[in-house]
Design a protein. Sequence first.
Length: 125
Amino acid sequence: MKVAIPTEDGKVCEHFGRSPEFTIFTVKHKKITKKEVIENPGHRTGFLPKFFHELGVNIIITGGAGWRAQEFFSQYDIEFIVGISGSVNKVIEDYINGNLSTGKNLCSPSSGKGYGIEKEDEHEH
């Protein structure tokens, strides 16, 4: 299984699509077998779900994301877990061990504007 977590300075980023980077964990038999950090390739409508699907990601763990983004991910059968904060390393360990406590979606409409990667004009694509 592959888990992607939007990150900034080693912590779960509050706004999924606008995070500066993503930490991707490969997990087998409840053990992390690979950890890689990739730069955010850009925030365009519908792009990230396909991007993560092509990377083989099964689960997204994040502070928050808009309902529309969550719908796009569901089209690729990628599970979305919101309301998470804290150290990315602790979060993945808690998830693996079944101890991850979810909370309220930390992303409300338009709350990510000006945070991290700027959203590109959707009409250009």
